[in-house]
Design a protein around this ligand. Structure first.
Ligand SMILES: *Cc1c(COP(=O)(O)O)cnc(C)c1O
Length: 485
């Protein structure tokens, strides 16, 4: 395989990407001498235009992306996002708006934001939405801050937040950052919250519960109303992590389940490509009771006019600059309006159907620990392959040889050797079949030639990286094959 050199290695003194005709006027020097430009950067690569273009094009081809193939990364909802939404969001009128523009001049933009809030309120069944948080975890933190503010107003912020053992890692982190102790609630043998354990641990020291529904096993918490009742009866609030809303759109509303707060991930459910830390949006929905605490400002209507309302005495303040990631919101609005109620419902039905198609075609050879029906994702494990010395990591790495991104591995922690698989609604029957076939082939290989798996991947640009060091101390220069990192 040809290894792409670093751009510094392509560099050669005096090469550049442009050539200008000779001067036909007297030359003047140092015209920009008082401008703080960066000059003479030591070791800065000198390359021609064609070298730059080819170098980066070749590098880009070594990247796997959702526009290229299937990306079954569980809990991430890595679906294909229609390009029309990007097109709408990239209109210069939107990108060119200065965030400090006075509201009378940007009524259209405010209408977009307000309209999105109203539609998200409708979809979730919540009273009010804030678009300020930049991501799911940011929404969680805001949710915890609202619970703290409300509990404080009632006389005691309380000390503990309950979180089921199947929760996403960001849940305990958010509660912790907000100054709460986290107490873990057990799952029962169905993979749902154990009501017994919850009742026993719910008391007046507990500020609230954070629950993901459907949970990270892809299982719907069918006792959610009972769960809310238990938490509410002791004065707690229920925070629903709504990152898995891709399973529920148009089918049921968290507001009807009696949860008090929910965050959405627009960059998962509502059409923004994600990964690599790119712009996200984690809108928060709340009940009437918690609405006064929402971050400031909020958008209000007065007649036909929209304005920023900063007069919010109970607000927890601001949690980020301006009002969230505007262009991500535009994409979500375009997506919702194009699909409408029936279309959104079809999204979730398709996601659930595809996931169950994969599950049914693989559960005879990959263990599914909990027998409970699942919605949009399902967690396989390496239990049946383990006795041949093959682990979930080997399976995930071998999938790369079959041109499929690997599922989420070793999460949730309640399933040992987990392979958490979420196909999403945008995969065709053909792609699902190819994935199933690859997974079945890998199981076969585990029986016949487990070394092949343990040394996988064989085809991609890099083999097995040191998962800790590769991120912290990347070695970018190609040396001998044996020294790859
Ligand atoms: C993705 C995810 C989060 C965190 O969302 P970010 O936008 O990555 O911060 C939280 N909970 C669940 C269940 C998720 O899948």
């Amino acid at each position: 395989m040809i290894r792409e050199p670093l751009i510094f290695e392509i560099s050669g003194k005096g090469k550049q990407a442009f050539s200008l005709p000779p001067l036909d006027v007297p030359q003047k020097k140092n015209l920009l001498s008082d401008v703080p430009l960066r000059r003479n950067i030591e070791g800065f690569p000198q390359v021609s235009e064609v070298e730059v273009v080819r170098h980066f094009t070749r590098l880009s081809k070594t990247n796997y992306c959702v526009d290229e193939g299937f990306y079954p990364l569980g809990s991430c909802t890595m679906k294909y996002n229609p390009k029309i939404n990007e097109k709408v969001a990239s209109r210069p009128e939107f990108g060119g708006t200065h965030p400090f523009s006075p509201s009378p001049l940007v009524q259209g933009n405010l209408e977009i934001l307000k309209r999105t809030e109203e539609l998200l309120a409708e979809i979730t069944g919540m009273e009010a939405i804030s678009l300020q948080p930049s991501a799911g975890a940011h929404g969680e933190l805001l949710g915890m801050m609202l619970i703290r503010a409300r509990q404080e107003d009632k006389g005691d912020p309380r000390k503990i937040v309950l979180i089921p053992d199947s929760a996403h890692g960001t849940n305990p982190s958010s509660a912790h950052v907000c100054g709460y102790k986290v107490h873990e609630i057990k799952s029962n043998e169905d993979g749902k919250v154990d009501l017994e354990d919850l009742s026993q641990n719910m008391n007046e020291d507990v500020a609230g519960l954070m629950i993901t529904n459907p949970n990270t096993l892809g299982i719907f918490e069918s006792d959610i109303k009972k769960i809310c009742e238990i938490v509410h009866s002791k004065g707690g609030y229920v925070y629903m992590d709504g990152a898995n809303m891709n399973a529920l759109l148009g089918i049921c509303k968290p507001g009807d389940m009696n949860v008090d707060i929910i965050h959405l991930n627009l960059h998962k459910t509502f059409s923004t490509p994600h990964g690599g830390g790119g712009p996200g949006s984690g809108p928060l929905g709340v009940t009437q009771e918690l609405e006064p605490y929402l971050p400031s400002p909020v958008i209000q209507r007065k007649g036909r006019k929209l304005f920023w309302d900063f007069d919010r005495p109970q607000s927890i303040g601001k949690i980020r600059s301006f009002y969230g990631n505007f262009l991500v919101v535009i994409k979500a609005l375009a997506y919702i309006l194009i699909l409408g109620h029936d279309g959104l419902k079809a999204v979730s039905e398709g996601a659930v159907l595809n996931s169950n198609f994969v599950r049914k075609n693989l559960e005879d050879i990959y263990e599914v620990k909990y027998k409970t029906p699942t919605l949009h994702e399902c967690v396989f494990s390496d239990k049946y392959q383990k006795d041949r010395g093959v682990s979930n990591i080997d399976i995930a790495k071998r999938l790369l040889d079959y041109s499929v991104h690997s599922p989420t591995v070793s999460f949730p922690l309640v399933v040992h050797g987990a392979l958490m698989t979420e196909p999403t609604e945008t995969e065709s029957r053909r792609d699902l079949d190819a994935f199933i076939q690859a997974m079945r082939k890998i199981d076969q290989e585990a029986k016949e030639n487990s070394d092949l798996l343990k040394q996988a991947p064989h085809i991609p640009y890099v083999r097995r990286l040191d998962e800790t060091r590769a991120a912290r101390k990347p070695v970018l220069r190609w040396k001998k094959e044996s020294q790859e990192t």
